[in-house]
Design a protein around this ligand. Structure first.
Ligand code: ADP
Ligand code: ZN
Ligand code: MG
Length: 476
C-alpha cells in the first residue's frame, strides 16, 4: 500500500433540460445555426434585464431534494466577474454566499462497500458561449447559442479516497439527474461536466495536502485516468522533495497526462457581488410541496424495490437500475413475462453484451421489451434452446420483430421428439467407436463430447436436457 492517502472533491456542472435559457426566452435547442438562439439578454447588450426561468429553479430544487440538501428558501444571485470572448456580459450570473441548496449527501457503492459522500452546495448559474478556433481559416468564432443555458453546479465535500470512488459518485449523481428528467447526462457533449480536485497526504495526517484541479475529462474513463495520473504525479513530486502547487491542470486524453493550465498567481479574483438586476430568489413553501410530490422514484429506491418486491439479488438490482433506460426496459419486459430473475439474466447478459460489443446505447436495440420477454418465454416453454434464443436475439437486434415468427421462419424450433433425438444419438455412437470404448472404460468427461456431437447434428436444435438423458440411457 502507498504511503499516501488520496483526497478527492468534485465539482459537477449539469446542464438543465429547460426549453428556454435561464434569464431570457431564447431556445436551448442544440444544433441551431451559429448565434441563432440569442437575444439582447444572452448576448449581454447594455441595458438588458435578466428574468429568472421558473423551470430552472424547479429543477435545481428537485435535485437538491433528491440528494437530501437543505433548500435555502432565500438565495442570492451574484456576478462573477471575468473577461472571456464567450462571456459577452463580462460576468457570469451565479450564486456565491447564499446558494439555492446546501448540506446534502448521497450513498455510493464501490469495492470498499457503501459510503456516504457529502454534498457541500448546489447553486444555479448560466453557461457561457463557445469559442470555435479554425486553424484552416486562421480565425476564431464565437457562438453564443449556449450562453445563458441553465446550469447547476454540485460541489462535493472532499470525501472520496480513490478514483474508483470518484467515478462511483459521478455515476450516482448522473443517474439521479437522469431519473429526475432534468439533465441528459451526456459527458461527451458536455451536458454533464466534472472538475476533479485532487490532493494526497501521508496516512494519519489530519490536514489536507495542497490540491490541484483537473479539467477537460469527457468520459468516466478519462476521469479515472486523469485522477490516477495526477495522484502518481503528486506522489513522485513529494518523494522528490518538491512542493505541490495549487493550480488548474488540463487532462490530455491522447497522452494520458495532466498539464498545468494556470497557477495560483494567475488565479481569478472574481470580485463577486450581488447582481442588482435580480431580486433574491424566494422559494414558496407551496412550490416546495408540489415539487416534492412530483419527485419520481430515484435509483436507490428503485434498486431497493427490485430486491424486495422482485426478489432480485443486490448485484442485479444495482446493475439494472444504474441507467434509467435499462431499468425501464427491464420493467417493460417484466410486464410481458413476469419472471424477474430470468429476464434480469437476459438484460444483464445478452442485451448488455450486445450493446458493449457494438459500442451503442440501448436506443439502438430494436428488440422491444415485450419481444425480449417473448424470447425468454420461448426458451422456458421448450420451443427453442437458450443458445438458439441468443442467436435469434442477435439476429433481431437491428430490426426487432416477433421472435416466434423468426424462429418458425428459420426452422429453429427445438427438436423434442424422442425418436428423432434417439436416432441422432445412435448415429453419433456408431460414428465414434473409439470414444465410446474410452467412455465405457471410465472416461466420463467424454459426455460433453457426445452431447456436442448430437447438438451439432441437430444444428443446435435438439433439446439439450433430452440429449443428455437419452445419451446416458444408451451409453449405460
Ligand atoms: P474553488 O471554488 O476554488 O474550486 P471550493 O472551496 O469550492 O474551491 O472547493 C472546490 C472543491 O475542492 C470541493 O469539491 C472541495 O471538496 C474540494 N477540495 C477542497 N480542498 C481539497 C483538497 N485539499 N483536496 C481535494 N479536494 C479538495
Ligand atoms: Zn437570449
Ligand atoms: Mg474549483
Amino acid at each position: 500500500m502507498s504511503k499516501y492517502e488520496v483526497v478527492i472533491g468534485l465539482e459537477v456542472h449539469a446542464q438543465l433540460k429547460t426549453k428556454s435559457k435561464i434569464f431570457c426566452s431564447c431556445s436551448t435547442e442544440f444544433g441551431a445555426g451559429p448565434n441563432e438562439n440569442t437575444c439582447p439578454v444572452c448576448t449581454g447588450m447594455p441595458g438588458m434585464l435578466p428574468v429568472l426561468n421558473a423551470r430552472a429553479v424547479e429543477y435545481a430544487v428537485k435535485m437538491a431534494m433528491a440528494v437530501d440538501c437543505q433548500v435555502n428558501r432565500r438565495s442570492i444571485f451574484a456576478r462573477k466577474n471575468y473577461f472571456y470572448p464567450d462571456l459577452p456580459m463580462g460576468y457570469q450570473i451565479s450564486q456565491y454566499e447564499l446558494p439555492v441548496a446546501e448540506h446534502g449527501h448521497i450513498l455510493i457503492h464501490s469495492s470498499q462497500g457503501e459510503k456516504r459522500i457529502g454534498i457541500t452546495r448546489i447553486h444555479m448559474e448560466n453557461d457561457a458561449g463557445k469559442n470555435i478556433h479554425s486553424s484552416a481559416e486562421n480565425a476564431s468564432y464565437v457562438d453564443l447559442n449556449r450562453a445563458g443555458v441553465p446550469l447547476i453546479e454540485i460541489v462535493s465535500e472532499p470525501d472520496m479516497r480513490s478514483a474508483e470512488e470518484a467515478v462511483a459518485y459521478l455515476k450516482s449523481l448522473r443517474a439521479i439527474l437522469v431519473y429526475l428528467g432534468i439533465c441528459d447526462g451526456n459527458l461527451e457533449e458536455g451536458s454533464f461536466r466534472c472538475d476533479a480536485n485532487v490532493s494526497i497526504r501521508p496516512w494519519g495526517q489530519k490536514e489536507f495536502g495542497t490540491r490541484t484541479e483537473l479539467k477537460n475529462m469527457n468520459s468516466f474513463r478519462n476521469i479515472q485516468r486523469a485522477i490516477d495520473y495526477e495522484v502518481q504525479r503528486q506522489i513522485d513530486a513529494i518523494e522528490d522533495g518538491e512542493a505541490i502547487v495549487q493550480e488548474t491542470r488540463l487532462f490530455d486524453a491522447a497522452k494520458g497526462v495532466t498539464r498545468s493550465m494556470r497557477g495560483k498567481e494567475e488565479a481569478h479574483d472574481y470580485r463577486y457581488f450581488p447582481d442588482p438586476d435580480l431580486l433574491p430568489l424566494v422559494i414558496e413553501e407551496s412550490w416546495m410541496q408540489a415539487w416534492r410530490a412530483e419527485l419520481p422514484e430515484l435509483p436507490a429506491a428503485r434498486c431497493a424495490r427490485f430486491q424486495e418486491a422482485l426478489g432480485l439479488p443486490a448485484y442485479d438490482a444495482e446493475v439494472l437500475t444504474a441507467e434509467k433506460d435499462v431499468a425501464d426496459y427491464f420493467e417493460a419486459a417484466l410486464e410481458a413475462y413476469n419472471e424477474p430473475k430470468k429476464v434480469s439474466n437476459w438484460v444483464m447478459g445478452e442485451v448488455m453484451r450486445e450493446l458493449n460489443d457494438r459500442g451503442v446505447a440501448l436506443t439502438a436495440c430494436k428488440v422491444q421489451p415485450h419481444e425480449l420477454a417473448k424470447l425468454v418465454k420461448l426458451v422456458d416453454e421448450g420451443l427453442i434452446s437458450g443458445n438458439i434464443a441468443k442467436a435469434v436475439f442477435k439476429d433481431l437486434f437491428e430490426t426487432g420483430g416477433d421472435p416466434e415468427v423468426r424462429v418458425r421462419a428459420k426452422g429453429l424450433v427445438q427438436i423434442s421428439d424422442t425418436s428423432a433425438i434417439e436416432s441422432l444419438v445412435d448415429e453419433v455412437i456408431a460414428e465414434n467407436p473409439a470414444e465410446v470404448a474410452r467412455f465405457k472404460g471410465g472416461d466420463k468427461k467424454l459426455t460433453g463430447f457426445f452431447v456436442g456431437q448430437v447438438m451439432k447434428k441437430s444444428k443446435g436444435k435438439a433439446n439439450p436436457a433430452m440429449v443428455n438423458q437419452l445419451l446416458a440411457a444408451r451409453l449405460g
